[in-house]
Design a binder for this molecule. Structure first.
Ligand code: NZQ
Ligand code: ZN
Length: 387
């Protein structure tokens, strides 16, 4: 196990009705907030009204900025920065999923910075400070409610990039599983695939002696795979949603990766897909992961075989590593399909014409991943396997 520091400062407030605490939690920081959200969902579900009432009851004034799109856009971030400066805003309340939270974090690092916020994403410049951010989570998926990162798309150049800093964690996140009841099935499936991927990116590590972390990951994956079908079957199954929402948080709050190198190459490759084709991030991961496993498994199969045996119960006796690996990949694909997700680029209507540019952009900051460091040619081969 490697040396590590683990400190996740986001206060998680979890359970029925907790989104109505948005006002009292926000009032601890400010009396004037930017209320940032996405499209129509929070108004249709009543979450918007509940949050606004709670802000008013706590005496918190709010300025609104809606319109965040999935794969959140740089142009709206810039608009949000101007609005916060003009209105002298000291806190951002994100009501939504990963896209709204990431857009909020980007505005928050952009407001106190004199240059262009894209410097933090495109040019690898580190932000030094940010406005505090709070979250009312409406979809368990990205884990941004207690992560230190933000992912933004420069829509003009179809460039999706991330920015991380150890102070970018939200101050608090209100997680009410009841808010998930209204999610469309495709978002449930894509969100589930993203949660699974966050655990896999940490599980697939080149380090040995990470037994506790491995077992935590395996437990989290098994619980997720048992509960996702339940919420698809009955969207008002509170207990199953509670499991999924908590797994989504634990899967990306940093705990499961401590003491080892993480991989993240599937995420790197997926971001190139959603940057150009604007598909849901989790849906892209369901396409990339099996192809990545097939490619990396030729060179470094042991951990992938462990996954097949311990998570899917593949019988290893009398089988070669290649056969165990293939059986694990088949189970993973079957799981994605059971959620209704495409598992190849072709099924998602994506061709091979941009593979070269995608692969080039994916490794622009150096090789991807730690299990097997991937260069441009490797990424292209993985994309080909995903066709
Ligand atoms: O826009 P509205 O109308 O609100 O609809 C949203 C959106 O269309 C809808 N939705 C959300 N909650 C709902 C709901 N519909 C009905 N009822 C509800 N309760 O769901 C759609 C998707 O929302 P989005 O926020 O895009 O989903 P998600 O949470 O999956 O976020 C994806 C983004 O997060 C990034 C991804 O790359 C992608 O841009 N990620 C961020 C990470 C981070 N900051 O740590 C890590 C992840 O790996 C990921 O890269
Ligand atoms: Zn993800």
């Amino acid at each position: 196990m490697e040396n590590f520091v683990w400190h996740n400062p986001t206060r998680i407030i979890f359970g029925k009705g907790v989104h109505k605490q948005a006002g009292e939690e926000t009032a601890k920081y400010t009396k004037k907030v930017l209320l940032h959200y996405g499209g129509k969902s929070i108004k249709a579900t009543g979450t918007y009204d509940a949050v606004v009432q709670s802000l008013q009851a706590a005496g918190v004034e709010y300025v609104e900025l809606g319109g965040v799109q999935p794969n959140p856009r740089l142009s709206l971030v810039r608009e949000g920065i101007d609005l916060c400066r003009k209105e002298n805003i000291g806190f951002i309340l994100a009501v939504g999923g990963g896209s709204v939270i990431d857009s909020s974090k980007a505005i928050a690092v952009g407001v106190p910075y004199e240059g262009d916020v894209w410097d933090f994403y495109k040019r690898g410049k580190s932000p030094e400070k940010m406005l505090p951010v709070g979250v009312v989570l409406t979809i368990p998926a990205a884990g941004s409610e207690s992560s230190d990162g933000s992912v933004i798309t420069d829509e003009e150049h179809q460039d999706k990039r991330s920015c991380c800093a150890d102070f970018m964690y939200p101050q608090f996140a209100l997680l009410n599983p009841e808010l998930c009841y209204t999610l469309p099935k495709h978002q449930v499936a894509a969100g589930g695939a993203d949660i699974l991927a966050h655990i896999l990116e940490r599980y697939f590590s080149p380090n040995d002696h990470t037994d506790l972390s491995d077992r935590l990951c395996e437990g989290a994956m098994i619980s997720l795979m048992q509960n996702l079908p339940k919420v698809l079957e009955d969207p008002k199954d509170y207990d199953a949603w509670a499991e999924v929402m908590w797994t989504g948080n634990v899967g990306h709050n940093g705990l499961l990766g401590r003491g080892r190198k993480e991989d993240w190459s599937s995420h790197g490759i997926e971001h190139e897909i959603s940057a150009i084709y604007d598909i849901a991030h989790g849906a892209g991961l369901a396409i990339v992961f099996p192809a990545w496993m097939r490619y990396v498994g030729q060179k470094n199969p042991d951990k992938l075989c462990q996954f097949a045996v311990r998570v899917f119960g593949v019988e290893a006796e009398g089988k070669s590593k290649k056969e165990i690996l293939e059986a694990g990949i088949r189970h993973l694909i079957a799981f994605y399909k059971s959620l209704g997700l495409a598992t190849t680029l072709t099924e998602a209507g994506i061709g091979d014409d941009k593979f070269s540019i995608m692969a080039e952009k994916a490794v622009i900051d150096g090789p991807l991943g730690s299990m097997v460091p991937l260069e441009k040619a490797d990424v292209e081969e993985i994309l080909r396997l995903a066709l």
